[in-house]
Design a protein around this ligand. Sequence first.
Ligand SMILES: *Cc1c(COP(=O)(O)O)cnc(C)c1O
Length: 469
Amino acid sequence: MKRNAMRAIPSVDALLKELDNTTLPRAALVVLIRRELASVRTAREPLTRQQIAERISTSVGALCRARIEPVINATGVLIHTNLGRSPLGSEVVKTISAVASNYNNLEYDLTGGQRGGRAAYLEHNLAVLCGAESATVVNNGAAALVLILRHFVTPARPRVIISRGELIQIGGGFRIPEILEAAGAELCEVGTTNKTTLIDYSRAISKQTAMVLKVHRSNFFMSGFVDSPATEEIAALAKKMKMLFVEDLGSGATMPTEAFAGLEHEPTPSETLRRGVDLVCFSGDKMLGGPQAGIIAGKRKMIDQLKRNPLFRALRCDKLILAGLQATVDLHLAMQSDPTRSADSGLLIVEMLKTSTAALRLRAEAIVAALADLPLSATIGSGQSRMGGGALPRSSMESVTVDLKPITPLDAFAARLRSASPPVIGYVSGNRFKLDLRTVFPRQDAELIAALRRAAEKSQAGSLCHEIP
Ligand SMILES: *Cc1c(COP(=O)(O)O)cnc(C)c1O
């Protein structure tokens, strides 16, 4: 590099001074600046002082926006895996907060004053909610399936029978065949993509079979020339052949989803177990609406065995998760004993499902009115909310949207809203930027209006890295 270009490279200190409007830790900034300056030094074309400053401010901005912070989800997707899946209600958060900031009886028996079991209360109530003999919890749905496979698959019985119609991939990096392989199981595919019969299953069963596995298709559905045997039929076959029968329910709704407008029925853990499945597993942070967890429910003997497996210790949940799940399960049990109650369930997923379009419309009117003086067109529109999280891919719910047509291009407007405080995530449809109000909590409306006002105003100086509230 030429000498004069070298001279244009500012010092780390000088650049740090210019970044005094960020809230990043200084040590993190220094490393970032050094890294950028190193790449500037080796760049083919020398950069101007201004270009260097811009590059650094871009990467500081990118780092800031990678911090986990609350966002406003206006996508209409209730369980949005990219946006943290289920949000937790205030009662659940209160329980977590109290347990987090104090000592607690995590493994202490308050009756006998000695070392006690872990999560006995949660496991008892979870079993009740799932209509199961017994239940337990690990870190996530994938861990639940891996534990089940690792425990029941043995060198003598390595095979897991699964229909070709259920060899799914969900989200990023979770593919059933790969999970099976990682767990040391030998995949034994039966049937075809669209049709699997009971005879396919029975022909595949041998002395080497560890279990029959059924997997919820989650994020897609098939229609037309499709068929698969009823769960009861597979269960009867598995029982006759003395074979374990496991079902990965994926989202695992414990409530009657068909009670909500627009939703189909989703098989619950309790009805699945009643049909003769030995063990079910599902996620805690999908339709259950709790923190990230993997729930396993079913036969007591098998749950006890799983809990004694050394892998269980490696996959166990933290006290905060257990506390949050405990509160979540109790809210579901309260709702079950009084299903018609119109009161606040304490479960945000349920509250979002219950919200009427009339209530959403009232809020949309207020939001549109609050934007009236801005240089953008804001109107009330309609949309379809979806469950997300791989649950009920066929169902959608009527929703109400705020439709915006700003003077800036839509993608630039969307980017501006993503860097607002709090960030707002909506979607583009037609030539409008749409905000689905079903997934925006009413308490967020004021913040949403403020963010929209700032984004619509032309020059938005703003700080490079805002405080996280
Ligand atoms: C979501 C899902 C999983 C994975 O659960 P995580 O809690 O994300 O680990 C496994 N199986 C099915 C069918 C799913 O839908």
